[in-house]
Design a protein around this ligand. Structure first.
Ligand code: C2E
Ligand code: MG
Ligand code: MG
Ligand code: MG
Length: 279
């Protein structure tokens, strides 16, 4: 009798203790179903010349079309995917879907430029998916580029992946630059060809002299290292004007467009490309 009570008591205790963990496990299960069951979507945000406003390429941003919760943003499930080994199959899906979309746009005669996909630091937990991702990226380097966050590059494994990709001719951008404490030594040896300045530095550029100083020095640094600069999170014309005057090459933000489904992006692109002077 005592032993039985103990067991029941133990089970109740476990359930209470681990309810957060149970929720997490059920979310992981749901996410696995989402990946294999067609619930993920890619939206595309245009990246434009900061000098002319002409669209140059797009960034693919994943969303989860959840049957009950609607469209779930990536910040709510990418961390879970990274912690649960699902990030490999998620990223492989993203890469394949981007290739499919690129073909679809080409067939429609819409000259949307290359598609940048975001890579996580944690892909390498699943070496088979990882290998497949790298192979696809190299195979489609004419239509795909990659973005890796500065903080992910703290890991030597991620830096090795970046070196391997760029050696095979894949273009690489360092994402969220300025937030990840990357050492300048890393930066010097990394073969990336673009720095994306984090939007926290860009958003209030027109009113914050310190932000302007930071953006200016990233532009100088990039120029010295022979890299391009992308400013993300541009929301106002005033900011866009400042970026242009500072000599920033590319920009992206709600001012021009939010991330859009593939068909809507194509409509936006045709209209925008027709409405600005070439450059
Ligand atoms: P990120 O790669 O830095 O992407 C830029 C984020 O800034 C996107 O958020 C975009 O919608 C948002 N953004 C763009 N312009 C503006 C603006 O003017 N104002 C504001 N407030 N926000 C702007 P999103 O789509 O929610 O993605 C968040 C992050 O999730 C991404 O940041 C990226 O780190 C991650 N992510 C998205 N898709 C993927 C993916 O396929 N794989 C991986 N590993 N991570 C992804
Ligand atoms: Mg990005
Ligand atoms: Mg970013
Ligand atoms: Mg970000």
């Amino acid at each position: 009798y005592r032993a039985k009570t103990g067991r029941i008591g133990h089970a109740v205790y476990d359930a209470a203790l681990d309810s957060a963990q149970m929720l997490r496990l059920s979310m992981i299960g749901e996410l696995r179903t989402a990946i294999s069951g067609g619930q993920l979507r890619l939206h595309y945000q245009p990246v434009l010349s900061a000098q002319t406003g002409r669209p140059r390429h797009v960034e693919a941003l994943v969303r989860w079309q959840h049957p009950e919760h609607g469209l779930v943003p990536p910040d709510r499930f990418i961390p879970l995917a990274e912690q649960s080994q699902l990030i490999g199959s998620l990223t492989l899906w993203v890469v394949n879907e981007a290739v499919r979309q690129s073909r679809a746009w080409a067939l429609d005669g819409v000259g949307v430029g290359r598609i940048a996909v975001n890579l996580s630091a944690h892909c390498s937990q699943d070496s088979r998916a990882d290998e497949a991702i790298r192979r696809r990226l190299v195979q489609h380097r004419d239509v795909l580029t990659v973005e890796i966050t500065e903080s992910a590059l703290a890991s030597e494994e991620t830096r090795a992946t970046l070196r391997e990709l760029t050696a095979a001719g894949v273009s690489c951008a360092i994402d969220d630059f300025g937030t990840g404490y990357a050492s300048l030594a890393h930066l010097r040896e990394l073969p990336a060809d673009q720095l994306k300045i984090d939007r926290t530095f860009v958003q209030h550029l027109d009113t914050q002299p310190r932000d302007e100083a930071i953006v200016r020095s990233v532009v100088d640094l990039a120029r010295a290292l022979d890299m391009g600069v992308v400013a993300e999170g541009v929301e106002t014309l005033a900011t866009a004007d400042r970026l242009r005057d500072m000599g920033v090459g590319l920009a992206q933000g709600y001012l021009w467009s939010r991330p859009l489904p593939g068909d809507e992006l194509a409509v936006w692109w045709v209209r925008q490309a027709g409405g600005v002077r070439p450059g």
